[in-house]
Design a protein around this ligand. Sequence first.
Ligand SMILES: [Zn+2]
Length: 544
Amino acid sequence: MAFWVDDIADQIIAANPDKDREIILRDEKTASGKVHIGSLRGVIIHGVLAEALNQKGRKATFYYEINDVDPMDGLPVYLDEEAYTPYMGMPLKDIPAPDENGRPTGEVTPENNFARHYGNEFIEVIEKLGFNEQNHTKFIWASDLYAAGNYDEWIKKACENPGRVREIYRKASGSVKRENWNPLQIVCEKCGKVGPTTVFDFDGELATYVCEKDKVTWAAGCGHEGKVAPFGGRGKIPWKVEWAIKWAGFPRPDNEIGVDVEGSGKDHNAAGGSHDVSSGICKEILKAPVPFNIPYEFFLFGGAKMSASKGLGATAKEVSETMPPELLRFLMVRSKPNKPIDFEISGDTIPRLYDNHDECARIYFDKKSETPDLGRAFHYAQLDPEKITEKYFPRFSKMAFMVQIPHLDPLEEVAKMKEAPLTNDDKTEARERAEFAKMWLNNFAGERAKFEIQQQVPELASTLTTDQKVFLKSIADLLQANPDLGGEELHGQIHELKNKSKLEPRDAFSAIYIALLGKESGPQAGWFLEALERDFVIKRFGEL
Ligand SMILES: [Zn+2]
């Protein structure tokens, strides 16, 4: 079996045999607040597939829609509840963006509003990951398509026979709608809210509606009753019907309509879930094909599904700042869509992710490997696969070690590790890893990985036994006699000295860390002693 990206891309091509027809992929996110890291999974799956299709010779574009017409139906904890309550129930694009204190700024324009504020923040993260106009990803705003009238004929179709729409809901999900329910709401002409409105009649041109005071708990309507044409953005379709309309009515650049590929999260794909309802509406009412589906699992963070709307968990923006974009792509791409990703950012997760990435890079460059799949994971993690050059990846855990030793030049050390001069790409990579290593040490590393060389004999050294002191003295003698001993060799010789002494391995190594760091554990002893100034170590071990 081929790597999942290649496998699914081939399936998509088989489902779209007309070689001259552009393949349209679509996904969306409602801009209801800060976007949590889990939402990147869908973005990356679609973005990488669009790249793969183009690499396989098929023109394909991924349209990522920011939904800015949904009503505000809940408030994230970082916003001022009292100040935002009057806006509850209004379309997100009609609500002011927050200032730094989480209070509305009072100014709403098409370019500056609540939805743009959070939508643009998320778009920036996505572009940083290499998905942008130059690379087959385009961003669209739901309100633009509504305003341009792209959905008008479909709204008409869905609303012509509300009884059949209700029947599909009942058949697919068991949800029973009241008899005069219409798949339509109106943005109230008086108060601007859409959440509390109910349409009780639609004659094909005009919808009669009421803005109800107590229809929903989260927004109070104004009581206005009106009759208006639900087109050009005045009407709003409930989401399961809207999803079907977006599949059927998407305005393609080739002047046709429709979406070819749209995956969705596990929650939408349960039996009787929204995908079933929307598929029924798409096929039976709109008479349009359902796009190729890619159901995908959750991206879990710290063992629980993150919820940025409650102010818990990490946002996409925050996580994107903790690692290079290639590594974040790699984290998502290496797992098949149907496998949950469970990422606990603290401890050694990031160094292990780097090690796994580097292993896949080696397989990518060494084309004779028996596991080419892992090489493909590296390939699709790159921002621009056209520009992949072979470079040296210094081990992340070792970089994290080196940046903690004063006066050590990481570039020189990396050249020693490579056993060859560094290219410009090597240097850029090494510098970047050094920066991310510092970030990891400051925020996520466990105590074991962190240390500080003690300039004075540490207090804890008074607990060393005579055997431990003798062992340290033997290391000092070894260093004195062999000034050129390298890390691996040194590590081996220290093991021999430890075997000669009567010490348990644990007590032997802790003696080294106690003497230099004032704590009982530390980095690999060979690396460590090699990296420190010899005279300093000889003096310290001798002193004890
Ligand atoms: Zn109203």
